[in-house]
Design a protein around this ligand. Structure first.
Ligand code: SF4
Ligand code: SF4
Length: 358
């Protein structure tokens, strides 16, 4: 069933979420980019803002439109809300007799509603769920945050020049993984529910039944996002290209900064660091995001296996687009385009794949 929430009634959504105990996170303009941060009122939403993205470039401009969600995506996916960039996992405490006691430090997340989640990021979250929750040892840190999330998806009406979610099969239409789903029109939002939790919120909103005209308008508004996209071939044969000279060419440009893995909504590599107290009374064990572009990422006894920027990039791309099919049954890329936009030297995933495979 499709409902309609008038734009003037949208504050009721934020009030209902707050009354149900959710901290609301939503998109807003900050330092020239769309970011997710705590949302207290509708006035914080990025009304009329639209992004222009190119390899190594992200710019916002004001269109003067009434729309709040007429942008593609910003640097940050929703990854930090489930997989924390930095967190303490456990600590060891030495008692007076000298014995060590180990204590797990589990997060105590608040109920969090994220408004404005895109199709590519919901698809990425499903991959992260596979990695963190559905293996032999579910990750309790991720699990605690994930169980406290309410996801409000918004269908895209605009694709950046770096987007290719159509070719990965992940967007721009949101098909699942949401609690509530919105499609924006000038007058308001076509609203669908995707879970019991979403239904409970929807039941408290001043909704009308969506008319055929509203449904048609919402569909038509999504057409540009479906059409203005670049593409990536399915399963590019990268295992056959391990000795290709193009890896060296990309390696000569790559700074090994790790921006691409930080912004990627599916990357999950991390390092673990010990912080011992100087007086020897205890120690805290931390997990931090890490990257296959870190020279220490492939360090094993005697040295690092991958030693050059070309090695790092080959590892990243080959794992993401080839190895993940064996590991997770699908590509590790959902076509968000962030690694292209936020690479400071404009290394371009779809272009590089083209150079490697043609
Ligand atoms: S590899 Fe690049 S385009 Fe694909 S999901 Fe990661 S950041 Fe997005
Ligand atoms: S590909 Fe670009 S973003 Fe990734 S590590 Fe190299 S320079 Fe940084």
């Amino acid at each position: 069933m499709h409902h309609f929430l008038a734009r003037a009634d949208f504050p009721a959504m934020l009030e209902t979420l707050a009354a149900a105990g959710f901290t609301c996170i939503g998109p807003q303009v900050r330092q020239g980019s769309i970011v997710f941060d705590q949302l207290h009122e509708v006035a914080q939403l990025p009304q009329g803002w639209q992004d222009e993205q190119q390899p190594g470039s992200y710019r916002l401009h004001q269109t003067g439109s009434p729309y709040w969600f007429d942008w593609a995506n910003g640097a940050s996916a929703i990854k930090p809300y489930t997989f924390a960039p930095q967190e303490s996992l456990w600590k060891a405490v030495r008692d007076e007799s000298g014995r060590l006691h180990f204590k797990t430090i589990l997060p105590k997340p608040q109920k969090t509603a994220i408004l404005g989640v895109r199709a590519c990021d919901l698809a990425a979250l499903a991959i992260q769920d596979q990695h963190f929750l559905h293996g032999t040892y579910p990750d309790p840190y991720y699990q605690q945050r994930r169980e406290n999330l309410l996801l409000i998806g918004v269908n895209c009406t605009h694709a950046a020049a770096t987007c290719f979610c159509v070719s990965t099969g992940d967007g721009p239409d949101i098909l699942d993984g949401y609690d509530l789903l919105l499609s924006e029109t000038a007058e308001g939002f076509v609203l669908q529910t995707g879970s019991e939790q979403g239904q409970q919120i929807a039941d408290q909103l001043p909704l009308a039944q969506a008319t055929q005209e509203q449904l048609l308008t919402a569909q038509e508004r999504m057409q540009p996002a479906r059409q203005q996209q670049r593409s990536l071939p399915d399963k590019p044969p990268l295992y056959d290209k391990l000795q290709h000279t193009h890896w060296q060419e990309v390696g000569a440009r790559c700074l090994a900064c790790g921006n691409c893995t930080s912004v990627c909504p599916t990357c999950f590599c991390h390092q673990e660091v010990e912080h011992p107290a100087l007086d020897g009374t205890g120690s805290t064990h931390e997990r931090l995001w890490n990257s296959c572009f870190d020279p220490n990422h492939s360090y094993i006894h005697g040295g690092a296996v991958r030693r050059s920027h070309a090695d790092y990039y080959r590892q990243w791309l080959t794992h993401k687009l080839a190895g993940w099919h064996e590991q997770f049954g699908r590509s590790g890329c959902t076509g968000c385009g962030r690694c292209i936009t936020w690479c400071p030297v404009g290394i371009d995933l779809t272009e590089e794949v083209g150079s490697l495979t043609t």
